[in-house]
Design a protein around this ligand. Structure first.
Ligand code: FAD
Length: 278
């Protein structure tokens, strides 16, 4: 059954198909080790081991396929993930959507002073209405002009004798808030890489909304893989050599590993990592 989530007023993500499962990841991994060369461990332990050690190819044996409806500016960010297979709606062949993205009031913020690629504090009510009004006007104007130049016959002879121009040319006047659609398929390993970048707080809010909706649909299908992704990728951080030295110098030996929920093996691996720091 197709599962679906609405994103903003006009967009959606639909999970069309899923190939594989947590068990399939395990089955694929087992071929690496052969009979008798590795102890039988439970699916969860093995998947967590694979994720922790970036043994990623077993995750590539699974795939997820989505139907996305999204503004062009979000599509431009999602399209950068080169390992996905994409087929997008054709603005040469078909009439473009007459829907446009308009941010919710709570999302209208000024330019961040700390982060050149981010948002700062929320605008006051008057300025917010001014900005949203301008955005709405531009969307409506573009929508009207697009219809006039591409489908004049629908407008009761708005221009006498004018037959309209090719759709591929008419679309150039549409803003990036216009909606497009695509089918988007990716393997589970690269889906996690995508989510790791696009659910992060540094990603633009609108794109993050899509990545989070997609992840929420995938999570129930691969709950063990997703748990490992959250633990070892998404909620983990990388320390530089100097930062590691600080940690090592401040580790006074009184830490109780069990308190942090690490398995015996993970505790050993953690201490081994620190031992190597010079
Ligand atoms: C917060 C943020 C800001 C960004 N800002 C900008 C910006 O200002 N301008 C801009 O142009 N882009 C920007 N990007 C896009 C970014 O540079 C990447 O292109 C995008 O995130 C895709 O990342 P990726 O290459 O890891 O992913 P994918 O293309 O999905 O690739 C997944 C993984 O596959 C491997 N891979 C894929 N293709 C190849 C290849 N040809 N050779 C070797 N390995 C490959 C890599 O290991 C890669 O990590 C931004 C991204 C983020 C998250």
């Amino acid at each position: 059954m197709i599962s679906e989530k609405q994103v903003h007023k006009h967009g959606f993500v639909k999970l069309l198909e899923v190939m594989g499962s947590d068990e399939e990841v395990e089955n694929a991994a087992r071929i690496s080790y052969g009979t008798g060369t590795r102890k039988v461990s439970q699916t969860r332990n093995l998947i967590r081991y694979l994720m922790r050690h970036q043994h990623t190819s077993p995750f590539e044996m699974c795939e997820v396929k989505f139907h996305l409806k999204l503004p062009i500016f979000v599509m431009r960010q999602i399209v950068r993930h080169r390992t996905a297979n994409i087929n997008e709606y054709s603005g040469r062949y078909s009439i473009m959507s007459d829907e446009f993205y308009l941010p919710a009031e709570k999302d209208v913020h000024e330019q961040s002073k700390q982060n050149n690629q981010g948002r700062g504090t929320e605008l006051d009510e008057d300025n917010k209405q001014l900005v949203l009004g301008r955005m709405y006007d531009v969307n409506e104007h573009a929508k009207g002009c697009y219809r006039q130049i591409s489908q004049p016959n629908d407008l009761d002879g708005f221009y006498e004798g004018f037959k309209g121009i090719a759709r591929e040319l008419a679309r150039v006047i549409l803003p990036v808030s216009n909606y497009t659609e695509c089918i988007w398929k990716i393997d589970l390993n690269n889906f996690f890489k995508f989510c790791n970048l696009r659910m992060d707080s540094h990603t633009q809010q609108e794109t993050r909304d899509y990545a989070e909706a997609m992840y929420e649909l995938v999570e129930p299908k691969f709950s063990i893989c997703c748990e490992a992704f959250e633990d070892y990728m998404f909620n983990s951080v990388t320390f530089s050599q100097k930062e590691m030295k600080i940690i090592k110098d401040n580790l006074n030996g009184s830490w109780v590993m069990s308190k942090y929920g690490l398995s015996e093996r993970e505790s050993k691996e953690f201490l081994e990592k620190l031992k190597g720091v010079e």
